[in-house]
Design a protein around this ligand. Structure first.
Ligand SMILES: Nc1ncnc2c1ncn2[C@@H]1O[C@H](COP(=O)(O)OP(=O)(O)OP(=O)(O)O)[C@@H](O)[C@H]1O
Ligand SMILES: [Mg+2]
Length: 235
């Protein structure tokens, strides 16, 4: 699909619609310069680009963690964010308490909270670790708890900013397979930032951010090939 999809009558199928978004920090140069991209519901997409190219800035704008300056940023449903370092995100002492924490604002009954937590932890294959202290989890398990938090809140769109950066190779693959399966089984949409080209094997479509905008997009294998022969190190 192209960035003109919205104008071709497919906008109701879009999960993410970013049009002509520009962003600058008061302290520095423009990071995003009329950046546009669209993602359909149920797609698993990856975002590539050099250090400092604006990937995290774009995700944070989309999640509402940064104030929008110019352009259109639309998400079709609730958005969940998974950070590179889960220790910046998990705030409660145990797995179950952390997943429940995100539901406080929803005014649910105790029974409803229990059901949501159990269902979300089952979705990421951690249902048996509900009482486990967060400190006693592996890095990959912590990232899955973060994803469970988003599922418990009924997020439809997952934004994942280099979620495997701190994981060993086996855990990296486990996590990307897990997100791929969740996208397929639950109809979620995911936008995953990565520098690891091996992860492109699991997504439907990829984008390259360069010069403040999407300079290339499409088949992940084509972009993988292009990146392998340019500036990113294959993993
Ligand atoms: N809080 C901030 N204040 C000022 N400038 C910032 C701030 N956060 C990021 N930047 C700058 O914005 C630019 C884009 O940063 P961003 O973190 O979005 O890049 P990135 O593509 O995610 O990089 P990386 O691959 O290293 O994570 C960089 O030049 C960065 O120094
Ligand atoms: Mg970043």
């Amino acid at each position: 699909m192209t960035d003109t999809a919205a104008s071709e009558g497919q906008s109701d199928r879009l999960a993410i619609n970013i049009q002509d978004v520009s962003f600058y920090w008061p302290t520095g140069a423009t990071v995003l310069n009329s950046c546009s991209l669209t993602i359909q519901r149920g797609e698993f997409c990856m975002l590539l680009g050099n250090n400092g190219s604006g990937k995290s800035t774009l995700l944070r704008l989309l999640a509402g963690l940064l104030p929008r300056q110019t352009g259109k940023l639309e998400a079709s449903g609730p958005v969940g964010f998974v950070f590179q370092n889960p220790d910046h995100q998990l705030v409660m002492p145990t797995v179950g308490a952390d997943v429940a924490f995100g539901l406080v604002k929803d005014r649910l009954s105790v029974k409803q909270v229990r059901q949501r937590v159990e269902e979300a932890l089952s979705a990421v294959n951690l249902w048996n670790l509900q009482r486990r202290p967060i400190y006693a989890l592996s890095g990959g398990q912590k990232q899955r708890v973060a994803i469970a938090g988003a599922i418990a809140q009924h997020c439809e769109i997952l934004l994942l900013d280099e979620p495997t950066a701190l994981l060993d190779p086996d855990s990296q693959i486990d996590l990307v397979e897990q997100v791929q399966a969740l996208v397929k089984s639950r109809g979620l949409t995911a936008l995953w930032v990565t520098h690891r080209l091996a992860e492109l094997d699991y997504c439907d479509r990829a984008f390259l951010l360069e010069g403040g905008k999407v300079s290339d997009q499409g088949d992940p294998q084509r972009l993988k090939q292009k990146m392998t022969t340019s500036y990113l190190t294959p993993s």
